[in-house]
Design a binder for this molecule. Structure first.
Ligand code: SF4
Ligand code: SF4
Length: 102
């Protein structure tokens, strides 16, 4: 299992989670941060740090955000893979890119 970052992180990215991760497996990619599922040791330290409650254990991810499991896992294929899944998610869920942020 791994931890997963979901929609609330998009365009927020305050990075509080990054500071507490003991294995540095949380990475900024475009409009959000994602957790490398191969490096995450499932310690849970990041979850309470997130001010917008974007972080969940994979098995407790709300149904409406299920596609963030593959979005985080796409980190293993590179930043472009994450970016295109996030862009597709944002388009379908009407989360327009903030002008000048990308
Ligand atoms: S659960 Fe632990 S290892 Fe995994 S991303 Fe969070 S802080 Fe890092
Ligand atoms: S603390 Fe939450 S909002 Fe901030 S970067 Fe981490 S997951 Fe994103």
């Amino acid at each position: 299992m791994t931890y997963v970052i979901a929609e609330p992180c998009i365009d927020v990215k305050d990075r509080a989670c990054v500071d507490v991760c003991p294995v540095d497996c949380i990475h900024e990619v475009g409009r959000m941060l994602v957790i490398d599922p191969e490096e995450c040791i499932d310690c849970g330290a990041c979850e309470p740090e997130c001010p917008v409650e974007a972080i969940f254990p994979e098995d407790a991810l709300p149904q409406k955000w299920q596609e963030f499991t593959p979005i985080n896992a796409a980190y293993l294929e590179g930043a472009d893979a994450v970016d295109s899944l996030v862009a597709s998610y944002c388009e379908r869920n009407e989360l327009p890119a903030i002008e000048g942020q990308r």
